[in-house]
Design a protein around this ligand. Sequence first.
Ligand SMILES: [Zn+2]
Length: 184
Amino acid sequence: MKYCPECATPLNQEEIYSKLRMACTNCGFIDWANPAPVAAAILRYGKQIVLVRNKREDRRGWGLPGGFVEPGENAEEGVLREVLEETGVKGRVNEVLMTHGVQRTKKSFLLIVFEVQRLDGELKAGDEIAEVKLVSLRDALKLVEGRLDEHILSHWAARRSIRFKPAASRAASTPGTNFRRDQT
Ligand SMILES: [Zn+2]
């Protein structure tokens, strides 16, 4: 933020509560750069879990369903809405698994991860989703390797004491069953 949203004065960098923040010398406005809440789901579908590939973030590959919490929603409502929009599945929140602060160059997020149980509905990729995939935990860990979602799934696996054998070798083809939009 370069200019004050209250009075349009150029903002100055100042140390406020032990952090450098952009502040207005004219009206006292402070840009706290608060994180935006994002709700994500480990969506249990039978004995498998659901991963999605977002159209806009295609290069980032597979990940957990989820998105920004909308004004007036609580995080549970947000995660269930995102799950329905992205995967076609109606779910129920089992528990809050973890929260995680994510700092990006220009924005920061507060990720709230839920374990969600499928109640109803068949997998169908939503408008913003390129592909939806039903996979085992072991395959999911491979698909999100090296990213925050791997950390989340590992944490979930440890918490649930789910046993899975480490992959002896990489599968030649992409694991899991794909549900492309043109097949729905
Ligand atoms: Zn101002």
